[in-house]
Design a protein around this ligand. Sequence first.
Ligand code: SAM
Length: 224
Amino acid sequence: MSTLYLVATPIGNLEDITLRALRVLKECDVVAAEDTRRTGQLLKHFEISKPLLSYFQFNEAKRSEDILQRLARGEKVALCTDAGTPGISDPGERVVKAAVAAGFKVEPIPGPCALVAGLTASGLPCDEFHFVGFLPHKSGQRRNLLEKLKIIPGTLIFYESPYRVIKMLEELVDIYPDRQVVLAREITKKFEEFIRGTPRDLLDQMQKRSIKGEFVVLVSPMPM
Ligand code: SAM
């Protein structure tokens, strides 16, 4: 039966691929990938050979139509992004909406997701949380959004580039001085670490080292 599968892939450790993800990737007709080269390497590692179709932010509209046509022909399409779960700060939402609207089956193949991995090991409350993803690049917009998020009752979760971690910590020192912050770095990789403290503690620490790798930034809920 034609199905769009959203296949989560490892965020740094290939052992995190699931058995079901491997089966779906083996059984599908085509793999739609954010980066065909990168997904091609993943498939090669697991000795899977499949036609690849590029599906990324700037061809999402056109490619969504192509994927819908394939589904209409009865094909099984697996969508993968570079790492983690499709649709989470990654392409996916558009084709999912289109497939749902057209009445096709959409199946998640759950697996790695940096926000869930970061949150669950952070030591911060997991019962209520708000995922923001990437902040805008412009300083004014970043600060406005951070101000607005102050009233959110749960843990705040951000994705951040290593080039902007210091900038973000400076913003947190100003806007969230009394909260606990966790930097979840290189999750599932060799140099994984969870760095915990106030924004000031973390800024002092991070200014002394070179900042590399991928980060999830978590901010504790407002004190009751
Ligand atoms: N779809 C992915 C997911 O499910 O988590 C997220 C893709 S988004 C383009 C990439 C961002 O996720 C990185 O900039 C970083 O903030 C976060 N990220 C991805 N892998 C990570 C890792 N291994 N450790 C820490 N953060 C990670």
